[in-house]
Write a protein that binds this ligand. Structure first.
Ligand code: PXL
Length: 285
């Protein structure tokens, strides 16, 4: 029997405001991947722009869900974690990686916890320390520059940094345990924004940029991470995968900006899905 590539996406469900699972599931699915979900928490909205959101922590459900999957002998080609709902979930997700990892399984951790120098409102500094442990279990990690600073227990440097700083940071992050590191939100001038990647197997650092669009666009880290995993699982090398993810994220932001949409609802990634599918070479079948 031919087999479809299967991913488990472990993120929260923010009911309103496109991010986490409401972004990861459609993007991975559009990329031809059989995507299973493990919700870490359910929020009425995400935490970045709506007042009074509800929060249901699903920590207690993780182990029973994982046990049931294990009893069914369900296998995954990739495990992709993002926003976690509690400190305890770090160890639970680490156990889940151990349970479902086999030869060829790709574990990608997006240590979602902070942006622009600050932790998200419901995350504590302890959570940041725990995330370092989870990153050590990954094959590939995808922090932004703020998350990188928390993972390395360093000061957030802000927006003025050198190429040397980025390359040192990539290597320090890799020494936490993941062989591949992708740093998002990298910019060396005011016109370009993108990502930097380090592959410790080859020692190679690569970059991908597109035009910078001013402003903060919510949920773009999840759009980027999901597109990156989509490209990697469609067999693109890391250097090309980061360019595909940067270009898709840029396209989503452009469309959102052009339509003058309210930013807290996230970017309109849906309209750019045909572009992503084409970039991934999936239109030929
Ligand atoms: O996009 C990251 C993210 C995920 N999940 C929740 C969030 C955020 C960012 O604010 O609030 C609940």
């Amino acid at each position: 029997m031919n087999k479809q590539t299967r991913v488990a996406a472990i993120h929260d469900i923010s009911c309103v405001g496109r991010c986490s699972l409401t972004v990861a599931l459609p993007i991975l699915s559009a990329a031809g991947l059989d995507t299973s979900v493990l919700p870490t928490a359910i929020l009425s909205t995400h935490t970045g722009g709506f007042e009074g959101f509800t929060y249901r922590d699903l920590t207690e459900d993780i182990k029973p869900i994982s046990n049931h999957w294990q009893s069914l002998n369900i296998k995954f080609d990739a495990l992709y974690s993002g926003f976690l709902g509690s400190f305890e979930q770090i160890d639970l997700v680490a156990d889940l990686f151990d349970t479902f990892r086999s030869d060829g399984t790709l574990v990608m951790v997006d240590p979602v916890m902070a942006d622009n120098g600050v932790l998200y409102s419901i995350y504590s500094p302890e959570m940041a320390k725990g995330m370092t442990k989870l990153c050590a279990k990954a094959d590939i990690i995808v922090p932004n520059l703020t998350e990188a600073a928390f993972l390395l227990d360093e000061e957030y440097i802000g927006e003025n940094y050198s190429q040397e700083y980025i390359e040192k940071t990539l290597k320090k992050l890799s020494s936490l345990g993941a062989k591949k590191v992708v740093l998002s939100g990298v910019s060396f001038g005011k016109d370009k924004l993108g990502a930097a990647a380090y592959n410790s197997d080859t020692g190679k650092v690569s970059y991908a940029f597109n035009d910078k669009i001013e402003g903060y666009f919510h949920g773009t880290g999840d759009v980027f991470g999901s597109a990156l995993l989509s490209a990697i699982l469609n067999d693109f090398p890391l250097e090309k995968a980061i360019q595909i993810a940067v270009d898709y994220t840029h396209k989503c932001i452009c469309l959102t900006q052009k339509a003058e949409l309210e930013k807290r609802y996230g970017v309109c990634f849906e309209k750019a899905l045909p572009y992503l599918i084409k970039e991934l070479g999936l239109l030929n079948d």
